[in-house]
Structure formats: C-alpha cells, structure tokens
Ligand binder design. Structure first.
Ligand SMILES: [Zn+2]
Length: 374
C-alpha cells in the first residue's frame, strides 16, 4: 500500500469558516488539557496517565459541537509526541510536548469513515460536521484510491486548504521495453490522433448534449427577459436553470471522459510523447476555430496524463512547441509545408499518410530521441 497526499485550495462559506475556527480552537484546547493532566498525573504518581478527549466534554460543552474524530486525532498526536520523546533509539530527539498557543498552526485532521470525507461533483470536499466545502480540484484521484483522512488548515494569509491523504496499491512499471511508446498529436475537432492511427475523441454523448444545449438556448432567447432592459420573467428563469443544468452536465461528462482516456493510456503505455501546446498560437494558426480548441479540454487531458504516468513511474515526454511535427516526413525526414486543407501528407519518397498520423509518428520519434539524449 502506498499513500499520497493532495492539497486542495478551498473556499469555505462564512459559517464553515466559523466552524473551522471552532474546531482549531477545540483541538488546541484538548491538547493543552490532556498535556496538563498528564504532567499533573506524573507529578502525583510518577507515571503519565492515559487521557482521552471524552473526559473534558462535560466541563467544556463546546467540545461536543465539533468533529469528534478531530479530537481523537489530537489524542493520537499527543501520544506520538510522547512516544518519540521517550524513544531512546531515535537519533533525532524531539523535545517534550509543548503547550499550544493561539499562534500555533491552525489545522485539524479528520478521518474518512465510509464516505464521510469525499470529493463531490469535482468541485466540493465533504467533511463531517462541515458539509460540502467549495474546492478547486486541480488533481483527481484514481478510481481505486481510497481516502484515509483530511487535514484542514488555515494559512497565515487567511486562505484555507484541505490536504487529502489517499491510500492505494502502487504498481510501478520498470520501463525497459522501448516499444511500448505512443505519440499523440492534438486534434482540434476531437482530442488526439495517436501514432498507431487511433483517434481519441470526446464522448459521443458530448455532441448530442451540445445539440440539446443549443435547442434549450434558442428557447431561452424567446422567453421574456432575454433582451437587455427586460425584466426577467419566471419562465425565463426556469429556462435558464435548465440551460445551466445542461452546461454542468456537459462539463462533468467531458471531465469523466478525459479521466477515462488518460487512465487508459497511462495503463497501456510506458512512454507517452506529446507536443507542448500553445493554445493561442493554435487558434491563430486556424486549427479549427478557437472555441473548439479551448473547449475540448486537451490541456487538462495532458496534465492528467502527466501525473498518471508519473504515479506509475512511467515517462511523459513533452517535445518543443516549435518542433515542426506536421511538416516533416515521418519516413525520410524531408520537410515541406502543408496547407490547412491538405489532410494527407504525400512525400517524394513514396509516403502517403493522414497528416495527423504522420505528425503523431514524428512526435513519438522526437520524444524517443529526447529520452535517449537525457
Ligand atoms: Zn519522405
């Protein structure tokens, strides 16, 4: 079993911030109470007594309001601190546990018990006693990763983070077989073309939903309230809700698909070569229209691919964005410029090939060259 922690930026509501502050305070209080009881007990009996947070809940009623697992973790941490202080084998000595002042780091840790801690709808983190906290999920766990615990912290600048600890079986592939390589060429009207000629595209329902969206948007434009200066009618607001729902659905679907596709590739290949993308220059070059370029999520796809390959101990190779992947002949290496309309690369050496496939093969070969140089 391996562990990995991912730290997410979160944006709690005012109520949630208050609850976080309460929990930080309660953890500090319980730490100090337990420490003081241990010291007093030692003075009286010559032994450090075992103390638990439950003992204080009658005297300090507010301790009942916060996540009890957070308090249980304080007890564990105090025990660990004691153990390491008395551990004679430890080379690096920790000092005797200290009392915590208000200036101490604001954080607490809670555990996942059958889904009490979870990432929801790709934009919230659920916590016990807190509920759904708005979060920027910049990195997604793999499907088989299990959430062990979550640590909430408040930084000095007032920002909040939740670090989630995942547990999973690590399968590291030793990269020895260099034939297990793939090159990916960006496709503005899909997702990519790989160097074996397979096309990766967005989910088929994606297009259907776009049609549905267009239809509902047309309906919206006919409702009272769609024009500037018009008061928004109930029917307009109802229709707007419908449109927004489809928007959300599409973006979730796309994300799921990117996730699935990148996992497949990371599982299947040891070395994946891609082109560094410059989205701005791509839309200038007229690779389809700019909207399709930005909309199909290729940038996100690449970042998913990168961390998934890294997690598996595999190679993700980015080749220079100025490398002329679409101009070179993948067979003889000669170079010529194709117009955007030319979909087939024809070379004097006899090569006749789909231009995207030709580019993907070039990307693969250049990636392998870079790997050998490195
Ligand atoms: Zn050629």
């Amino acid at each position: 079993m391996a562990n990995k922690a991912i730290k997410y930026r979160v944006y709690p509501t005012t109520e949630q911030e208050v609850m976080f502050a309460k929990t930080f305070g309660c953890c500090r209080k319980v730490w100090n109470l337990m420490l003081s009881d241990k010291i007093d007990g030692y003075k009286a009996t010559g032994k450090f007594p075992t103390v638990t947070p439950a003992k204080y809940k009658n005297d300090y009623h507010y301790l009942r309001e916060v996540d009890s697992l957070a308090l249980a973790n304080v007890q564990m941490n105090l025990q660990k601190a004691y153990k390491s202080f008395f551990d004679k084998k430890r080379k690096k000595k920790n000092g005797f546990p200290k009392f915590k002042s208000r200036k101490a780091r604001n954080s607490y840790t809670t555990n996942n018990q059958k889904g009490t801690v979870a990432i929801i709808e790709n934009k919230y983190i659920k916590l016990p006693k807190i509920g759904k906290v708005k979060a920027v999920i910049h990195r997604f766990p793999e499907e088989d990763w299990i959430i062990k615990s979550a640590t909430v912290s408040k930084e000095r600048d007032g920002s909040f983070y939740i670090s989630i600890l995942f547990e999973f079986d690590r399968i590291i592939t030793k990269v020895t077989k260099s034939d297990n390589v793939i090159g990916l060429d960006y496709k503005s009207d899909g997702l990519y073309m790989d160097s074996d000629g397979n096309i990766g595209s967005n989910h088929k329902y994606y297009r259907e939903n776009h049609k549905k969206l267009a239809k509902e948007q047309r309906k919206l434009s006919r409702k009272v309230g769609s024009k500037k200066n018009q008061t928004k009618s109930n029917n307009y607001l109802k229709q707007l809700k419908k449109v927004n729902k489809i928007h959300r659905h599409i973006s979730n679907q796309r994300l799921d698909n990117l996730h699935k596709k990148s996992t497949e590739i990371a599982n299947q290949y040891d070395i994946v070569c891609v082109e560094s993308l410059n989205m701005k220059s791509m839309s200038n070059k007229g690779f389809g229209n700019g909207k399709a370029t930005l909309d199909n999520g290729y940038g996100m796809f690449l970042s998913m691919l990168e961390y998934k390959l890294n997690d598996r101990g595999k190679y993700f190779i980015k080749i220079d964005k100025w490398y002329p992947s679409s101009q070179l002949c993948s067979c003889c290496g000669s170079r010529k410029k194709l117009t955007l309309q030319e979909r087939i690369y024809k070379c004097n050496c006899g090569l006749t090939m789909d231009r995207d496939l030709n580019a993907a093969i070039n990307i693969k070969n250049e990636g392998l060259r870079l790997l050998e140089v490195a």
